[in-house]
Design a protein around this ligand. Structure first.
Ligand code: PEP
Ligand code: MN
Length: 355
């Protein structure tokens, strides 16, 4: 798709139901989305890899006919999920423009290789969703398998990662998507707010965050009767609600060449660099104290971890969260990282003499 080569200003918007359920629902959703004038690609799942059996697993082949009809009536390019070589062959036969590899398939190198072999020689566009677990190497590996068979129209979809607890259905773990962009700067990154948030409310906020992280587009689930959807009902929007939301997302530019802006930014970045230096100097100082504690514990034959002391530290720092205007989660994450490094340092001090 040409649009994938246009960076910024033209974010690509992919929208459609989680699943194609009936011909009427598929075609009507696509027509309403096309009428908004804000959607570039129509998506629909016809094969749905579900985590547990007994959930709706898609209508299969017949859904491809409905998707082809929707394309014929609206002119919108189409996108579906594929997980096997058979899916790929059928999708290409039905003229599907974009294939995506789902999060439960990206985790499996055999499946990704099978899909790669099936698309060898075609000029189809393939989007690779991040794997369910936070393993960036699997995500990168899937892209490399496609590149190896000569596919050059590749995009990434960031749909978040499974995590226990947390405020979203899937944790964004932004650092992993940012690292993928650093490694593969030429590959467009599409954000999937629907599968990250898992609920209708919060989609606008998440989409804005995605836009502000300079992604190249969005893939959002939309259904003419969201509450009756056979899969992912809680997170789907009507086409009209989707259009309203998209109007409210601001796509800002990554760079502007205004001297005033450059000056203001340079001054603030100077401050950030200075503060970072001070932060790390302080952390190094803290580690040296931790090492001294290690010596005292070693000489008295006391374990490194004293659970009550660690509990006290966590509580003391968390209690400061409001005053510092920092979230307790952020403070805990930082504190845990510091604690692990301290334990490593103390471990070295206490066990060095054993070598
Ligand atoms: C989907 O896009 O409907 C889907 C199943 O997504 P994921 O692979 O991200 O779970
Ligand atoms: Mn879905």
């Amino acid at each position: 798709m040409e649009k994938f080569n246009l960076k910024r200003k033209n974010p690509v918007i992919i929208a459609g139901p989680c699943s194609a359920e009936t011909e009427e629902q598929t075609v009507e959703t696509c027509m309403q989305l096309a009428q908004t004038g804000m959607v570039d690609v129509f998506r629909a799942g016809v094969w749905k890899p579900r985590t547990r059996p007994g959930m709706f697993e898609g209508v299969g082949l017949k859904g491809l006919g409905w998707v082809a009809k929707a394309k014929e009536l609206t002119g919108l390019p189409t996108a579906i999920e594929v997980a096997t070589a058979k899916h790929v062959e059928a999708a290409l036969e039905f003229g599907v423009d974009i294939l995506w590899i789902g999060a439960r398939t990206t985790v499996n190198p055999f499946s990704v290789q099978e899909i790669s072999d099936a698309v060898r020689g075609s000029n189809v566009t393939i989007l690779v969703k991040n794997p369910v677990g936070p393993d960036i190497e699997l995500w990168a590996g899937a892209v490399q398998r496609l590149q190896k068979v000569g596919i050059d129209r590749i995009g990434l979809i960031h749909r978040g990662f499974s995590a226990i607890g947390g405020e979203y259905r899937n944790s964004p773990m932004w650092h992993l998507a940012i690292e993928m962009r650093r490694r593969m700067p030429e590959i467009p990154m599409i954000g999937d707010p629907s599968h990250i948030v898992g609920r209708r409310d919060g989609l606008l906020e998440m989409s804005q965050k995605i836009a502000d992280l300079d992604y190249d587009g969005l893939i959002v689930e939309s259904h003419i009767r969201p509450d009756e959807a056979w899969s992912d009902a809680a997170q789907q929007l009507t086409p009209a609600a989707l259009a309203e939301m998209l109007k409210r997302v601001t796509w800002r530019t990554e760079v502007v060449n205004l001297p005033e802006f450059e000056r203001a930014l340079a001054a603030l970045r100077g401050q950030i660099d200075q503060i970072d230096n001070e932060l790390f100097e302080l952390l190094a100082k803290r580690m040296r104290v931790a090492e001294k504690i290690g010596e005292v514990k070693r000489d008295n034959n006391v374990t490194i971890l004293q659970r009550s002391r660690w509990g006290d530290i966590v509580e003391r720092i968390k209690a400061q969260a409001v005053r510092l205007d920092l979230s307790p989660e952020f403070l805990t994450t930082i504190l845990e990282a510091i604690h692990i490094e301290s334990i490593d340092k103390q471990n070295k001090v206490m066990n060095l003499s054993k070598d």
